[in-house]
Design a binder for this molecule. Structure first.
Ligand code: BGN
Length: 291
């Protein structure tokens, strides 16, 4: 990414956190993949766990940011439990302030569509929560390095691909799948997401919607930053049906990008319900039937 000099990078932010708040982030963390039985998805999001995790030291360098972490979701209860059980204390360690985790659940029957869930959530949040920084987060990835800051302070219009090294369940190595990849965990300023017209709404089932986003970056000349601390643990789930159309869709993705995304999601999906918890908002989404 050219022209990035003078912009604080993650290492500088970690140093600043240590200097200003005396918080020493240690890097690699042990994650906990066995939440206690009494940690339950909805009920425990209001209970003792939240109080337990809240950082007592209120010093932060992120007061001026409002972060929305958007998790696309359906039917992955165990993965979500593991993620929240690790992610909330992780954000508290980093002294991230003014953050909220949005679980965007597809209630519509039929194949899963991650792009639609991210787009409808984003438009809704821009009208309500008004984030200054947005993270799009897979439900099955748990951050393992506390120096990988969930913040846009180090960014201008350059997005941050945070999940650069993934440790797959049951395997022992971290893998960088391919250098073009922007799937997994992706952070950017709302202005950038708007400029990209969000994700494509046309990818159902598994695969390709993230590569389509990668092509949007390329065609808009937006370069992606990749932290050296992007270590994540991928939790196991059953394999999703692959989308056989993904190659075809990717072929002319660039031609469609300005008409397929944030600017037509309101005709395709709608928010059904919203449930509020202290650090989490749970939103359910349906498709609008088209004739
Ligand atoms: C790729 C998928 C991505 C997925 C990564 C990592 C496609 C499109 C055909 C080139 N892309 O192969 O969507 O995030 O693997 O699992 O299938």
């Amino acid at each position: 990414c050219d022209g990035q000099s003078g912009i604080l990078n993650q290492t500088e932010l970690v140093n600043r956190l240590s200097k200003v708040c005396k918080i020493n982030l240690k890097g690699s963390l042990n994650i906990n993949l066995n939440p206690p039985n009494d940690f339950q998805l909805r009920s425990s999001l209001t209970s003792k766990y939240i109080d337990l995790w809240r950082a007592s030291n209120s010093c932060s360098i992120f007061e001026n940011e409002t972060l929305a972490i958007i998790i696309s979701y359906r039917d992955r209860e165990k993965n979500l439990k593991n993620l929240l059980y690790n992610l909330i204390p992780f954000l508290e360690r980093q002294r991230i302030r003014n953050y909220k985790i949005f679980i965007i659940e597809q209630q519509a029957a039929g194949p899963f569509n991650k792009g639609r869930l991210y787009n409808i959530a984003f438009n809704h949040l821009m009208r309500t929560y008004k984030p200054t920084c947005v993270t799009f987060h897979d439900v099955d990835l748990i951050p393992e390095n506390d120096q990988n800051l969930y913040s846009c302070l180090s960014l201008t219009h350059h997005p941050l691909h945070m999940s650069t090294n993934i440790h797959f369940d049951k395997k022992s190595l971290y893998t960088t799948l391919y250098s073009f990849l922007v799937g997994g965990v992706l952070t950017m300023q709302p202005e950038t997401f708007i400029r990209l017209n969000g994700y494509s709404n046309r990818y159902f089932n598994w695969g390709g919607e993230d590569d389509d986003m990668g092509l949007r970056f390329l065609s808009k000349d937006i370069c992606v930053q990749r932290p050296t601390t992007g270590y994540y643990y991928a939790t196991f789930h059953s394999i999703q049906t692959r989308n056989p159309n993904r190659f075809k869709l990717l072929f002319d993705a660039t031609l469609r990008q300005d008409s397929d995304g944030l600017n037509n999601i309101d005709r395709l999906a709608s928010i059904k319900n919203q449930y509020e918890y202290p650090l989490v908002t749970w939103i359910t989404v349906e498709w609008i039937e088209q004739d």
